[in-house]
Design a protein around this ligand. Structure first.
Ligand code: BES
Ligand code: ZN
Length: 460
């Protein structure tokens, strides 16, 4: 059977596939930091070259931010659009890394071999799983399984500012496919592959509170002068009540309760809440009272301070009353929560809490609603079966606490449904020091895509 030949080819070529991924991982394509603009371009160029080597008509198209890599190849149905992102998160704090973040290597761990580098999982390793599956398919069959469009983005980790305008400007071209396949999510656990059907939305807010016109001596003025750090911390502390509920007015408008069917399906997954927390040295869930850990991370909204600065934070000590303090706060959204309404209500709440002599400035960051995928199309069952064939346990339909705003954009702008399949694990340390991707995820991820392609093209 030819699928077996493709799978065998993947295994034979695995060392080369790892080398190719290493080449991509060596490019420090940090999208949020303007200092790495050239590196983002290099990563895009690298991908164009790799796609071209497979016979894809590919180009890195400029945007006001980082380039969008677009490629077209093959014929026949279904027409699938494959999405991944080549940008990565910043690497700080660098001192917590056990090796250079952009010097990838295979390391032995108690759970087997891992690929260690920034972007190993999110999302370069994941993106290369389908590229490698196509490479093997083409090597064995001499042709492509169906019509394929590639779209590789370079701004996912900084809120995808160019994506919507790009999709709108290239709507005719990009609305041709039947479905988008997105490889940027995780498995349910080490042995259980998954198709993600629920994603949380994301609202990013940055606020800066200012008081005196300059930094002050905290002895000279302390007591009499307003301290923006004190004002800011009080506001942040007031965002949750004692039951862990978020206090922004109207915040829970549009937050649905889980359906009985959804609840039963999730209960069936046998999620290990204690183990989930224990892997990062925690023991007590810190979310809303009365909610399960799975609800807390998949189906309930959150509000988290992601960073807070102000005053003197260097070595030693400085008795200073800072002139300003700021924080970055993100809200994960579910159901039909409206990011814009929450932005407005949050800002009003902050303004209302400001004491005399204080001002506040806000900066906008991402604002995307939650997304729920319909799994009615039989292609979902075919893909689920294909994943089950590769892994020890049956594939599951799961939720996801992270946000992939493009899934909503593909639907809204291009009319394309998305299927989210990925092979990340909870301990991959996405966005953290020492990010990794299991070699097993890489190998079986490639094999999984070959099986999915085989399953969805055999029928059509
Ligand atoms: N791959 C992640 C999303 C993700 C996280 C999927 C965890 C599955 C499990 C993606 O690259 C990401 O990090 N997205 C950002 C959103 C963005 C707008 C900054 C996120 O969720 O914080
Ligand atoms: Zn990410």
């Amino acid at each position: 059977m030819s699928l077996d030949a493709v799978l065998a080819h993947i295994d034979e070529d695995l060392d080369n596939a790892v080398e190719r991924l290493f080449d991509l991982l060596r490019i420090p394509s940090i999208s949020t930091d303007p200092a790495y603009k050239a590196e983002c371009q290099s990563a895009a160029d690298w991908l164009v070259k790799d796609l071209e080597s497979l016979g894809v008509a590919a180009e890195a198209r400029p945007t006001p931010g980082h380039p969008m890599v677009i490629g077209h190849v093959g014929e026949g149905s279904p027409h699938l659009m494959f999405y991944g992102h080549y940008d990565v998160q910043p690497v700080d704090p660098l001192n917590l890394w056990n090796r250079e973040p952009f010097d990838p290597a295979i390391e032995e761990t108690p759970n087997g071999k891992v690929i260690r580098a920034r972007g190993a999982c999110d999302d370069k390793g994941q993106l290369m799983t389908f590229v490698e599956a196509f490479r093997a398919w083409r090597a064995v069959h001499g042709e492509w399984p169906c019509k394929i469009t590639f779209i590789f983005e370079g701004e996912e980790e900084s809120g995808s500012p160019s994506l919507v305008p790009f999709l709108e400007a290239n709507k005719d071209e990009l609305s041709q496919p039947d479905m988008a396949m997105i490889c940027d999510t995780g498995m349910f656990d080490r042995d259980t592959p998954a198709i993600t059907t629920m994603l949380r939305g994301l609202l990013g807010e940055e606020l800066t509170i200012k008081a005196a016109d300059k930094d002050l001596h905290s002895g000279f003025f302390g007591g009499a002068a307003q301290n923006p750090i004190r004002v800011l911390s009080k506001i942040i502390a007031s965002l949750h009540d004692d039951d862990g509920r978020i206090t922004v007015p109207g915040f829970y408008d549009g937050v649905p309760e889980l359906s009985e069917a959804q609840k039963a399906q999730w209960d069936n997954l046998g999620f290990d809440a204690t183990g989930f927390l224990a892997q990062v040295d925690l023991s007590e869930p810190a979310g809303e009272t009365g909610r399960s850990v799975l609800e807390m991370v998949w189906s309930r909204p959150t509000c988290e301070a992601n960073g807070i600065t102000g005053g003197y934070t260097g070595d030693g000590f400085k008795t200073v009353l800072p002139a300003e303090a700021s924080a970055k706060i993100s809200f994960r959204l579910v159901g039909s929560q409206d990011p814009m309404a929450i932005r407005e209500n949050f800002r009003k709440m902050v303004r209302d809490a400001l004491p005399a002599d204080c001002t506040v400035d806000f900066a906008d960051h991402s604002a995307s609603p939650a997304a729920v995928m319909s799994i009615d199309d039989p292609i979902f069952e075919d893909a689920r079966q294909a994943l089950t064939d590769e892994w020890p346990r049956e594939a599951a339909f799961i939720g996801c606490g992270g946000s992939i705003p493009i899934a909503g954009d593909f639907q809204e702008i291009l009319g394309l449904p998305s299927m989210l399949i990925g092979f990340g694990l909870d301990d991959d340390a996405l966005h953290s020091p020492n990010e990794k991707y299991d070699l097993r995820s890489f190998r079986k991820g490639i094999r999984s895509w070959a099986r999915v392609l085989d399953a969805v093209t055999r029928k059509s």
